[in-house]
Design a protein around this ligand. Structure first.
Ligand SMILES: Cc1cc2nc3c(=O)[nH]c(=O)nc-3n(C[C@H](O)[C@H](O)[C@H](O)COP(=O)(O)OP(=O)(O)OC[C@H]3O[C@@H](n4cnc5c(N)ncnc54)[C@H](O)[C@@H]3O)c2cc1C
Length: 209
């Protein structure tokens, strides 16, 4: 059995674990990141690939959350331009659409305001003459089409990049589920990670993150 003495043990190299490991390593902690299957093997490679600003949260009045999402989106666009890019999104409004054009205009305006009126938050109505250029759009009963921008990413690549960043800050990635890890937290709250070569059981008894 080998023993590692570390401050922080993070279980799971999805985007949450990668981010936690990166933040802890950046704050100067010694970090181990445990992953049983593979980096981004869980939901972090099966998302909608959107880095959205939380437009849909406006309806439930979660303004603080929308502002936070938009701030995070701006940071990602700035810090990872090769992985996160803006893409146009279209909202068609038909005669029987529940959300009327004025509601969407209002929502998109509030969205832009919460994001500090940055240029990427400007939205517009697509001119009628351009509707036919939008692939697959049903035009029967169509009243308005709004265009706004949200961001898209390769979620698995983004997760891998955050793990690499955590490693560059000193975090250690331990991959593979063929070992049992036992984590002990002594009274001084530091963590001792014991790695045994036992093939079963494949689980972590306790971890701090
Ligand atoms: C259809 C869909 C659309 C989504 N759309 C968006 C979106 O637009 N924007 C957005 O921000 N989010 C979106 N999400 C949510 C986002 O994908 C998840 O919130 C995110 O991936 C969760 O990350 P995670 O690190 O918590 O979990 P995961 O990515 O599932 O990572 C957990 C990791 O832990 C590992 N693990 C588990 N148990 C152990 C163990 N005992 N020991 C070692 N390793 C272990 C697993 O192998 C896995 O790699 C969407 C999700 C889905 C499913």
């Amino acid at each position: 059995m080998s023993t590692l003495d570390v401050d922080v043990v993070v279980v799971g190299a999805g985007i949450q674990g990668a981010g936690a490991a990166q933040a802890a390593a950046a704050a100067g902690y010694s970090v181990v990141l445990l992953e049983q299957t593979g980096i981004a093997s869980g939901t972090s490679s099966r998302s909608s690939k959107l880095i959205h600003g939380g437009l849909r949260y406006l309806e439930s009045g979660q303004l603080k959350l929308v502002r936070e999402c938009l701030r995070e989106r701006t940071l990602l666009l700035r810090n990872a331009p090769d992985l996160v890019r803006l893409t146009p999104h279209y909202i068609p409004v038909y005669r029987d659409t529940r959300r009327r054009p004025f509601m969407l205009r209002l929502g998109l305006s509030v969205y832009a305001l919460l994001g500090g009126l940055r240029p990427e938050l400007y939205f517009s109505a697509v001119p009628r003459r351009d509707w036919a250029t939008l692939d697959g759009l049903r035009q029967d009963g169509l009243q308005t089409v709004f265009r706004y921008f949200d961001a898209q990413t390769d979620d698995a690549a983004l997760t891998r990049a955050v793990v690499r960043s955590a490693e560059s800050l000193g975090a250690r990635l331990l991959l593979g589920g063929g070992y049992a890890y036992r984590v002990a937290a002594p009274p001084d709250s530091r963590c001792v990670l014991r790695r045994s070569s036992a093939r079963r059981p494949r689980r972590v008894h306790h971890a701090l993150a």
